[in-house]
Design a protein around this ligand. Structure first.
Ligand SMILES: [Zn+2]
Length: 221
């Protein structure tokens, strides 16, 4: 473990895993059950706050809904970049279930901490990090989501190494490793995890997460 190779390397392509899902309910009809009101409101608060901070976010989002995910008991939510859809697994459509699942991952170092935000907020901020990658993709007129993800994390690497004689970040893997376990799985997940970290932890977020978000802003201008 931990040889030189790993931390000088670059991140791979990919976003989560292939998901087979169907729309279960619109989040508004989900909110009709009084037990779900706070859950849906937490989601909407995140969208509103992120929309105020990131130009063009709403231009890529076509639908946000509760989803039945056929092949993923452990998938909490997903972003479909082709359709512009954000789905939340109905299985986790409850404040307590969502918090239990998210916090277990935080303990293992798999996700960044959520500060004083709810688990819904952390999860939605992660997915919106993918949506923001779609915004950059639209700006660049690119057909390749993975290529755009790679460009964003490379830009973060440049930001972090700027002015340093001895480059502290020889590759993008080292950036991801300092953000979270899941961030190391690909460029796309590194961006999503960094977005959630900055949204939840603000000035206390990791330096690497802040650099990734700065890179997103640079491309979204
Ligand atoms: Zn993701």
């Amino acid at each position: 473990m931990g040889g030189r190779g790993a931390s000088s390397g670059d991140l791979n392509d990919g976003i989560g895993r292939e998901i087979v899902s169907t729309k279960d309910k619109d989040i508004w009809s989900y909110r009709h059950n009084p037990n779900n009101e706070q859950f849906v409101d937490n989601i909407n608060t995140t969208i509103k706050e992120m929309q105020e901070n990131y130009n063009g976010l709403m231009s890529v989002i076509n639908d946000i809904y509760m989803a039945n995910i056929k092949n993923g008991d452990t998938v909490i939510a997903f972003w479909d970049s082709g359709k512009g859809e954000l789905g939340i697994n109905t299985r986790y459509g409850d404040i307590k279930k969502m918090a239990a699942s998210y916090d277990k991952c935080v303990k293992k170092g798999y996700h960044p901490g959520r500060g004083n935000k709810t688990a819904e907020q952390a999860v939605v901020a992660h997915e919106l990090g993918h949506s923001l990658t779609s915004v950059v993709q639209q700006k660049l007129g690119s057909k390749d989501f993975d290529d755009v993800s790679k460009k964003i994390v490379k830009e973060a690497q440049n930001i972090l190494n700027k002015g340093l004689k001895r480059k502290k970040y020889p590759g993008t893997m080292k950036i991801a490793k300092n953000i979270s376990g899941y961030a190391t799985s690909s460029n796309a997940e590194c961006i999503a995890e960094a977005t959630a970290d900055v949204y939840c932890n603000g000035s206390k977020a990791k330096t690497e997460s802040k650099a990734v978000v700065q890179a997103l802003h640079n491309f979204c201008k």
